[in-house]
Design a protein around this ligand. Structure first.
Ligand code: UDP
Ligand code: MG
Length: 318
């Protein structure tokens, strides 16, 4: 029979956890298939860990907890849980009830139908206007410059078969975007429609900076097009400015030196300098990814794993 692993990253979600666990457990029980729930506590500073421990006490065979030493981000939290998952099918879910647990059945059906990766897209997305707008832009950008195609990259309620999860683990990337990685490995992906609810309680754990970081990871992690566009732009500007130099020289010989148009030139210069600075930043993104990859530091440190077999196990993974 199919064993399901449900993977949930948790960062300061004390208000949502009790309802989540209750709804999740009853949704999973009704599927009549064995399951485990792996929570990764991503360095929460509230009572999240205590609550998770209570869930483990209630259902020791089904609840496993990975407790991170610090906050390593949603995607690393998921990777750590992937490494521990025992299921044939692994399903990721947010802890804030934006993805209703009752929709898990749909994902499982798609896996049973033979797909190795099931993405999802949200109907009537319940997020702020600017988040939806930013999402739309970045979805468009990704569709245009990467070969990853999905309707709604931001929806984390997804199902993966074991081989896909294993390839994700083996990728060893530090900053990555799991759904995009999975899409690359998948041979038979599909997408299903899932409901979306407003965050049940608390506020988004992503601020503008972490959202930008995440989306930079997506773009620079899966495409070299930004660098190539930059080179093409550089070549085009060199060519045009070459023409301008020839023109100015001829003009100087024929009409004489000119002093007007100075500010136009300054404006053009400032523009080009700002383009150059952007380019340096862009190269920095790629170099940064490389240096992270080359350094052998751990992607995350696990303080303890709480699970049925060796309950008191306290491990430091280096
Ligand atoms: N999350 C996490 N670590 C982080 C940020 C978020 O584990 O550094 C978890 C969070 O607890 C939630 C999921 O990732 O379960 C999605 O986060 P959130 O709902 O804040 O993102 P949004 O829905 O606003 O994109
Ligand atoms: Mg959310």
């Amino acid at each position: 029979m199919l064993l399901l692993s449900i993977v949930i990253p948790v960062y300061n979600e004390e208000e949502n956890l009790p309802t989540l666990f209750q709804r999740l457990a009853s949704a999973l029980d009704s599927l009549k298939t064995p399951y485990e729930i792996i929570f990764t506590n991503d360095g929460s500073r509230d009572r999240s860990l205590t609550l998770l421990q209570e869930f483990h006490t209630q259902r020791p065979q089904q609840v496993r907890i990975i407790d991170f030493q610090g906050n390593y981000g949603q995607h690393m939290a998921i990777i750590a849980a992937f490494e521990q998952a025992r299921g044939d099918t692994i399903i990721t879910l947010d802890a804030d009830l934006q993805n209703p647990p009752e929709e898990i059945g749909k994902l499982v059906d798609a896996i049973r139908a033979g797909h190795d990766y099931v993405g999802s897209y949200r109907t009537q997305r319940q997020d702020s206007f600017w988040r939806r707008w930013m999402s739309r832009c970045i979805n468009w950008l990704r569709e245009s410059i990467t070969n990853i195609h999905m309707r709604d990259q931001g929806c984390m309620m997804r199902a993966y078969t074991r081989p896909i999860v294993e390839q994700i683990i083996n990728s060893r990337e530090r900053s990555t975007f799991i759904p995009a990685l999975a899409w690359q490995f998948s041979m038979n992906p599909t997408e299903v429609e899932v409901r979306h609810e407003a965050r049940a309680a608390g506020t988004s754990k992503y601020n503008l900076y972490s959202l930008i970081r995440l989306n930079f990871d997506l773009i620079t992690g899966f495409s070299l097009v930004p660098l190539q566009l930059f080179t093409i732009f550089g070549l085009a500007v060199s060519f045009l400015s070459g023409l301008l130099v020839v023109y100015m020289m001829l003009r100087r010989f024929i009409i004489g030196p000119e002093a007007e148009g100075l500010f136009t030139l300054v404006a053009i210069l400032i523009f080009l300098i700002s383009v150059a600075i952007t380019g340096i930043g862009l190269i920095g993104e790629y170099v940064g990814r490389l240096s992270q990859l080359v350094s052998q530091r751990p992607r995350f440190v696990i303080r303890q794993i709480i699970e049925a077999s060796d309950d008191q196990d306290t491990r430091l993974r280096l």
